[in-house]
Design a protein around this ligand. Sequence first.
Ligand SMILES: CC(C)(COP(=O)(O)OP(=O)(O)OC[C@H]1O[C@@H](n2cnc3c(N)ncnc32)[C@H](O)[C@@H]1OP(=O)(O)O)[C@@H](O)C(=O)NCCC(=O)NCCS
Length: 192
Amino acid sequence: MTSRRERNAPELRINIDSDTYLHTLTARDAPQLFALTDQNRLYLRKWLPWVDATQSVEDTLAFIQSTWTQYANNEGFSCGIWYKHQLAGTIGYHSIDWSNRKVEIGYWLAAVFQGKGIMTRSCRAMVVYAFDTLQLRKIEIRCAVGNHRSCAIPQRLGFRPEGLIRQAEWLYDHFVDLTVYAMLAHDWKQEV
Ligand SMILES: CC(C)(COP(=O)(O)OP(=O)(O)OC[C@H]1O[C@@H](n2cnc3c(N)ncnc32)[C@H](O)[C@@H]1OP(=O)(O)O)[C@@H](O)C(=O)NCCC(=O)NCCS
């Protein structure tokens, strides 16, 4: 079940607080991650385009393996979010644009883990890692117009809205517009 790439790439853990940490996903997480997706299918598919295509543990495993290929190719990584020893969701960098030292962050939480600040804290940790460890200079978060809980995360972290991309994402039977929120390394360092 474990690919050669996965064995070769180091696992990464980012501690957030005594209850919460991020850890790169591994093949052994696939059953748990699929179960979490399956239990939250209706809630997640409102805003995420990949839910209907995730029908089995093998689909989730293929996603996890793609995150390891991305990581092994130095294009960023995705992590599971663990809260009180339970898998609560995921957060990850989309492919890093090294030429422009820019990256986009994506995330989701299972419904029962909402309302505790888990994603705002996880996102803050990924922002710090991108600026301090990866030495990137710009981070974007794209949220569908109307996805208020998602938009609140970059807003809480001081990201600025930079514009609206019309009909940017197909969600099963309709397009949604996306607001682009961005943070520059320079502005982040002034805030913290
Ligand atoms: C988007 C999503 C991650 C937001 O989850 P969330 O729980 O609202 O976000 P956080 O974990 O940061 O929690 C913030 C909430 O916790 C509260 N909170 C408690 N302690 C907090 C703390 N220490 N810091 C920040 N917020 C805290 C906030 O007040 C806020 O609650 P409220 O909105 O009910 O007032 C979640 O709704 C989700 O996964 N949705 C489906 C998938 C999706 O839309 N993904 C994003 C696609 S762009």
